[in-house]
Design a protein around this ligand. Structure first.
Ligand code: FPP
Length: 246
């Protein structure tokens, strides 16, 4: 948490910060189309916003930031676009390492990491290893991620344990389920932000978002700014969270 950040945004209450922010970064393609650019240029601009967002969340003292960077469905995009996204991801990991070191940011990936190309996967694992002891913020990249696939994988793992006699079905609790998801050990997202106005969850963090506050902004991801992020957090700080109680 940086005091300069809170001086710049006096309406932001440091005592009411969310622990975990998750973002569905949507609208790169539309941003590019509006300018008659190739879609890839939209993703390139999107990465710049990712860099600013990571920095802002770190400075605000957010413990976990999860970014939906690539869904299981995104594999069906044109090969050229998939390749470009993988290239941008590698470039991002390489260029951000100094920042992750300086700001003690730990990198983690959630999703079917084994499906990523070898070079991307190796760089990802290396970066995760180098940053594993960092404790200021966890940057969680959802890559080849799908909420339903995550739930299926959890069910398979627990069923296997039951079959081996390691767990009895009647002992399976919500905690058991949470401990077999990619997000084990992390707090559930307090807020989910989706850019570009679509009113959809798109298979993101299905189990984890049970009580998340949802914010949908019409802004396309490449136009999303730190000012807007802060305004959304201020809005969050004024919401009353009841978790199903009165
Ligand atoms: C949605 O825009 C965005 C994606 C599918 C990928 C998000 C990726 C980035 C922001 C860049 C890479 C990320 C990292 C962490 C380096 P869209 O293409 O679906 O936009 P559209 O709905 O307007 O077509």
């Amino acid at each position: 948490m940086k005091s300069e950040f809170f001086e710049k945004y006096p309406q932001l209450d440091p005592a009411k910060m969310p622990a975990h922010i998750a973002i569905i970064m949507d609208g790169n393609g539309r941003w590019a189309k509006k300018r008659l650019f190739n879609r890839v240029l939209g993703h390139e601009q999107g990465v710049k916003v990712v860099v600013d967002t990571v920095r802002a969340c770190h400075d605000m003292g957010i413990s976990v930031l999860t970014l939906y960077a690539f869904s299981t469905e995104n594999w069906q995009r044109p090969q050229l676009e998939v390749t470009a996204l993988m290239f941008l991801l590698k470039k991002f990991l390489k260029s951000q390492l100094p920042d992750m070191m300086e700001n003690h940011i730990r990198l983690n990936a959630i999703g079917e990491i084994e499906r990523l190309p070898d070079d991307v996967r190796n760089l990802l694992y290396d970066t995760m290893k180098i940053t594993e002891n960092h404790r200021e913020m966890l940057l969680n990249l959802a890559l080849s991620y799908g909420g339903r696939t995550e739930i299926v994988r959890m069910a398979q793992q627990i069923a296997r344990k039951a079959q081996n006699g390691e767990i009895r079905p009647e002992d399976i609790t919500e905690e058991t389920v949470a401990n077999h998801l990619y997000t084990q050990g992390m707090p559930d997202p307090d807020m989910i932000i989706r850019t570009s106005g679509e009113m959809r969850i798109s298979n993101f963090l299905l189990w984890q978002m049970a009580y998340s506050e949802i914010f949908i902004t019409p802004t396309l991801w490449p136009d999303f700014s730190t000012d807007e992020l802060v305004n959304i957090v201020i809005d969050y700080q004024h919401r009353e969270r009841r978790f199903g109680k009165v």
